[in-house]
Design a protein around this ligand. Structure first.
Ligand SMILES: [Zn+2]
Length: 200
């Protein structure tokens, strides 16, 4: 199996943008390591979501933990525990979003696609299609992909999991929200926030 060379790589653009960013870096080199506003956001990697913008963050303000779906996976919880235990955060937000790609497949679809090839699949009204050249890999069958069907229910589930985790103290409130990709608004999931309420 060969990896196709990219006809157009974004690498030069990224480095050029970074030059401009570093040129106007100002005094941010003196920021402290612990987040100044003492909170963490667990959210999806979706390219339309910019937590710095939707939650008003500047460099140094907060921890942002991102993965596909913004799910409370073991690794997300690892980061949250480091966030409060070593770096002093005191509030957590779980923010999923509308039109999430994690609602478009399930473990069986994903592992079947990976069985066929490792190239990019496409989706249409009939579902997912693989167009790649094999061989694929069986390894996808051994991964839990953390997909979901119901958006609000997924926020509740993740807040519930973090709330009940033995390494997360009861005094940290966990707020459950989803981000609306059509409006940019954060919409609370009251059931999640209720479950995430801090207790002494
Ligand atoms: Zn998403």
């Amino acid at each position: 199996m060969s990896v196709q060379p990219e006809a157009h790589s974004v690498q030069p653009e990224v480095l050029k943008a970074n030059e401009a960013y570093a040129a106007s870096f100002g005094d941010k080199g003196s920021l402290a390591l612990p987040p100044a506003r003492r909170f963490a956001i667990l959210t999806c990697m979706d390219a339309r979501l910019d937590p710095a913008k939707y939650a008003g963050l500047a460099e140094g303000d907060a921890h942002v933990i991102r993965n596909a779906g913004g799910r409370a996976s073991d690794d997300a919880i690892r980061s949250l525990v480091i966030s409060y235990k070593l770096l002093g955060t005191r509030e957590f937000f779980v923010v999923h979003h509308t039109d999430c790609g994690m609602q478009l497949f399930d473990d069986e679809i994903m592992s079947d696609l990976l069985d066929k090839s490792l190239e990019t699949a496409t989706i249409d009204a009939q579902g997912w299609h693989d167009h790649g050249h094999g061989p694929g890999s069986v390894h996808g069958h051994f991964v839990k992909w953390h997909t979901f069907k119901d958006l609000a229910a997924s926020v509740v589930e993740d807040v519930k999991r973090i709330r009940s985790h033995p390494l997360v103290p009861a005094g940290i409130p966990i707020y459950g929200y989803y981000y609306d990709v059509k409006t940019g608004r954060l919409v609370e999931v009251p059931e999640a926030t209720a479950i995430g309420r801090a207790s002494a």
